[in-house]
Ligand binder design. Structure first.
Ligand code: KG4
Ligand code: ZN
Length: 345
């Protein structure tokens, strides 16, 4: 058995995961510690990079200690370390990368600089086992909205489409602010939407015209449409539940329609949905309906594995180890703009 320590610090979650890679390639999750600084950002309506970096610095070592206590292992049991080296906030990434380098040097074990985005896909293999090749990943988080063709989780990932402006989660956060709901906006909008009528307002579906890029997304027009709709009712009471439900319907409609179309056109039979927005109730219901109708197998990891965590990075590290990928050097640095096709550095 190979023990992999995963470290994630690209945004506002300090995640420490420990995964055991079996001789047969199986993965076992032994610990998944997450310390979030989200409460410290709430009053700003978005993540404040300097605040996030400081929070990582304070949370990292205690989180490692807790993870090893949960796994009932010692640091000396670690065989390899994987760390998110991008994409993400530069200062936040640096904390994780520096810690990983220090642990790797002290323990004399290989270090893998891993890409956060394939990490979200790797999270699913902790719950549902190996991925068939190829599969299509719909990655929906606060920072990213992408469609990825995954031929090999450790070595071959190709971007098929992405947002040209806001990420899906970012649209949730901005619309929540317009509606006077707290940050992060996904959960309160999801909750309000369950009480509202999704057909109350027909909000625009971005980039779904016949001449638009087939697999790219756009959410800034939708956000603006919600803002205009609310502004136009200045002084009147806003039907928050209906606006939330109608907005959510537009997001889920576009995401699932494009993802199913991509899978169908590319001849891919399995879809993985991951990232914070994958926790959305309407998105998962609609994805299940549309995938079933199109004969596509749908895989969605449990919400805890969808949002940022260290287990997903440990899992990706395990795939890198199993595939015999060359480890990173101790010169490894953080790369805030790391492209998704670079699975490890
Ligand atoms: O993956 P994640 O934890 O962090 C990033 O890498 O961004 O995703 C956070 C995003 C936030 O924008 C949050 O509003 C959104 O995921 N989110 C949701 C839900 N839960 C979290 N969006 C829609 N519905 C939800 N239930
Ligand atoms: Zn993420």
């Amino acid at each position: 058995m190979t023990i992999i320590l995963g470290i994630e610090s690209s945004c506002d979650e300090t995640g420490i995961g420990i995964v055991a890679l079996g001789a047969d390639g199986s993965l076992t999750l032994l610990a998944d510690e997450v310390a979030s600084s989200v409460d410290q950002h709430a009053r700003f309506g978005g993540v404040v990079p300097e605040v996030a970096s400081r929070a990582h610095l304070e949370a990292l070592v205690p989180s490692v200690t807790r993870a090893f206590a949960t796994a009932e292992l010692e640091l000396s049991d670690v065989d390899a370390i994987a760390v998110t080296c991008g994409p993400g906030l530069a200062g936040a990434l640096l904390v994780g990368v520096s810690a990983a380098k220090a642990y790797a040097a002290a323990l004399n074990v290989p270090l893998y600089g891993a890409n956060h985005l394939p990490g979200h896909v790797a999270a699913d293999t902790l719950e549902h086992g190996p991925l068939p090749s190829p599969c299509l990943a719909l990655l929906v988080s606060g920072g990213h909205t992408q469609l990825l063709r995954v031929d090999d989780l450790a070595t071959k990932i190709t971007e098929v489409g992405s947002t040209i402006d806001d990420a899906a989660g970012e649209a949730y956060d901005k619309v929540a602010r317009i509606l006077g709901l707290p940050y992060p906006g996904g959960p309160p909008i999801d909750k309000a939407a369950r009480r509202g009528n999704p057909d109350a307002i027909r909000f625009p579906r971005g980039l779904t015209g016949p001449r638009d890029a087939r697999f790219d997304f756009s959410f800034s027009g939708l956000k603006t449409a919600v803002a205009r709709w609310v502004e136009a009712r200045d002084g009147q009471e806003i039907p928050v539940d209906d606006v939330a439900a109608s907005f959510q319907e537009a997001v889920a409609d576009v995401l699932t329609a494009k993802a199913v179309r991509a899978a169908t056109e590319l001849g891919i039979g399995t879809m993985v949905v991951s990232g914070g927005v994958a926790a959305n109730s309407r998105l998962s219901t609609l994805a299940a309906q549309r995938c079933a109708a199109a004969g596509i197998e749908l895989r969605v990891p449990r919400p805890r594995l969808c949002t940022d965590n260290g287990a997903m990075i440990a899992a990706l590290g395990a795939h890198l180890v199993a595939a015999g990928v060359r480890p990173s050097s101790l010169e490894l640095s953080a790369d805030p703009g790391l492209p998704v096709s670079t699975v490890s550095v």
